[in-house]
Write a protein of this length. Structure first.
Length: 317
């Protein structure tokens, strides 16, 4: 799902510039994480600061949107944003070679710097709201961009106006994406109205996750599978699955014994079939050259998940 708000604006700027970077949506279990940078000429820094930028978390939605409108039409302010989908975050954090959220954040921030430099902006000073320890993060940026003056700081969004502007861009764009989320799952149209704040500690969000957890396929695509909250719900409500190739390289004595775990009342039995049992086949040999009959499975024969999504058996294709 993408934002209807443009993800970048590159005004023609002259002279040395400064740039700030911040994110929105790092903590929620729902929706994307959006990274954004804002930049302006150093000679215009005071005028830009006087527009009233401050940390987006300290502003209400209306105030953020008003400030973003000023950013989007100001001839001295540019911005770039990048939206990282829940699927991308989950895949990165759960893959065999782990790519954790801090590394994702660092690399995305540096991609934003590169995008601005690629537009020919005379970038000199960069201010970043830290993720992890500030000094190692700063050195990581300098290794890639040795000519820049880099400041990485805690609470940079409340200390540096250019970071505050980036914070506003990130928050407004993420809110826009979530407010217009187009579910890939047809039966969830309009479900966003009941998901609460999206943070794992929100009781309403937890209830939404439980109510929308499919026992077999897990959660809708708006959910980050890699969060502890979701893994706990899947452990409680999901159907256990064992992957036969996980231990194939181990000697038999060290392979894990997979027993069917006891299930809670909320979870179904272990899945044995996606469809109703087929009638017994005759042992009679079919005449030579006879064609295979197409499957006669109807919507009522299929698991509800497949019926709702208009999925059909392979041999019906």
């Amino acid at each position: 799902m993408s934002s209807e708000i443009p993800l970048h604006r590159y005004p023609t700027l002259t002279g040395p510039c400064q740039l700030g970077i911040d994110e929105a949506g790092r903590g929620p279990v729902l929706g994307p994480m959006v990274y954004a940078c804002a930049y302006w000429p150093k000679a215009d820094a005071v005028d830009c600061k006087n527009l009233g930028f401050m940390d987006s978390k300290a502003l209400d939605a209306e105030a953020r949107e008003e400030l973003f409108k000023k950013i989007s039409i100001h001839d001295k302010i540019g911005y770039v944003a990048k939206s990282l989908t829940p699927q991308y975050i989950s895949h990165s954090m759960l893959r065999l070679a782990k790519y954790n959220l801090n590394e994702i954040s660092h690399d995305t921030a540096m991609d934003l710097i590169q995008a601005v430099l690629d537009k020919g902006v005379d970038l000199q000073d960069v201010f970043v709201d830290t993720v992890g320890k500030p000094e190692p993060y700063r050195q990581k940026i300098l290794n890639r961009f040795p000519s820049l003056n880099v400041t990485v700081s805690e609470k940079a969004d409340s200390r540096f106006p250019v970071v505050s502007a980036a914070s506003i861009c990130a928050k407004v764009i993420r809110d826009d994406i979530l407010s217009k989320w187009d579910f890939e799952e047809p039966h969830l149209k309009g479900a966003e109205k009941g998901w609460g704040s999206g943070y794992p500690g929100d009781a309403q969000t937890k209830k939404w996750l439980v109510d929308n957890c499919d026992h077999l396929f897990g959660f809708p695509t708006v959910v980050r599978f890699s969060w502890k909250t979701t893994s706990n719900i899947l452990e409680e409500r999901g159907i256990p699955v064992g992957w036969g190739d996980e231990d194939e390289d181990l000697p038999p004595t060290k392979r894990r014994k997979v027993d069917a775990p006891s299930r809670s009342k909320s979870a179904p039995n272990i899945l044995t079939s996606f469809t109703k049992p087929a009638p017994a086949k005759s042992d009679a040999v079919k005449p030579s050259g006879s064609k295979r009959k197409r499957s006669s499975l109807t919507a009522s024969d299929r698991d509800m998940y497949f019926s709702m999504r208009n999925l059909i058996a392979i041999d019906n294709l």
